[in-house]
Each structure stands twice: as structure tokens, then as C-alpha cells.
Design a protein. Sequence first.
Length: 217
Amino acid sequence: MHFNVFFGFYFYKRFKESQIKESHQEKQQITAQFESLKNQLDPHFLFNSLNVLSGLIEESPKKASMFTTDLSKIYRYVLEQKDKSLVSLQDELAFSKAYLNLLSLRFEDGIQIDLHISEEENKGFILPLSLQLLIENVIKHNVISLKKPLFLKIYRNADYLYVENNLQKKKVLHGNSGIGLKNIQDRYRILSNLPIHIQESDTVFSVGLPIMTEIVT
């Protein structure tokens, strides 16, 4: 009897140890996935930012100086948040405002930005750089000009943050079309089962990001 109890306890202990080991390995795998996905953002963002800065240097040295100041703020934020899985919505909005300033300097009246989120609405957490990536996605895929201005609206509805724009697609798109949005979907899938809302009509395109109520550990 004692013999059977001993071996029963031994195999149970081994079973629990194997579960813990598998759980640890799974966590390591998910962490590695997340880091791999997150690291795809920085080179892409830097490449586009430097292209914009290069154009501004020729057009307006004063604007280029202002652009460089905002760009330094953005990269400070990237460095501060690079090891986090989630950041506060308030911080992400403040960061994105600096990025929107860059776009306003570059496109002037070619882009109209509507961002009105009250202090009560900026509670919660979101993926770092996800809002910036959605904005960049809009810029990449749509015509922006004084004759055809782009209207960009950022707002909160319930527990989702929406980025919405009037649809005026470029005739020629880059070969990596859709990668940015897929990147965000993959990152959310690792951390949560909450869906991303994507809607497209003949005139409007919008993406809604889930706002989480707590930090994922």
C-alpha cells in the first residue's frame, strides 16, 4: 500500500514538473515571438522618417529642424517602451501626437487631423507603437494632396480606439501592402483573444484596437 502511494506521488510530481517545464517553454516561445514581431517596427519606421526628413531639408530647413526635434522625442519613447508588452493609452496618445506633428509639417494642409480624446477616455492600455503604425498605414496607402486632402480621425468608442480615414487609395501600392496591419493582429493574438475591428466602405476605412484594462504579465 505504502509502495503504491510512494510511486503514485512520484509520478504525480514528475507530471507537474513536466507541466511547469512546458509552460515555461511556451512562455519563452511566446516572448520570442513577440520580440521578433516588435522588432520589425523600428527599421520600417526609421526608414520612412528619414525619407520625410530628407525631403524637408531641401524644402524648408526650419521645418526640418522642428521635424528632428519631434523625431528625437519619438525615438526616446521607442527606447523607453521597447521592452514592454503594453503601455498606457495616455502615453501612446502623447507619442502619436508627436508623430502627427511630423506629418503636419510634411503635408501641411494636405492632411486634416481630428484627435479629440478626453482625459476620462485615455484610461487603459494598448500595444506600444500600434497607433503610430496604423497612422503610418493610412499615410502609405492613400493619396495626400491639397486638392485631395486626407482626413484622419482618432477617437474612442467603448473599449476600442479607432483610426478612421477617408478612402482615396493610391493606384500603385507597395509590395509589402498589409504587413503593418497583420503585424498588429499577430501581436494582439499573442497577448489577448480580443478581436481587431476592421471596416471598409467605398469612402471610409477604419481600424479599431482593443483597449485593455490591465497590464498583461
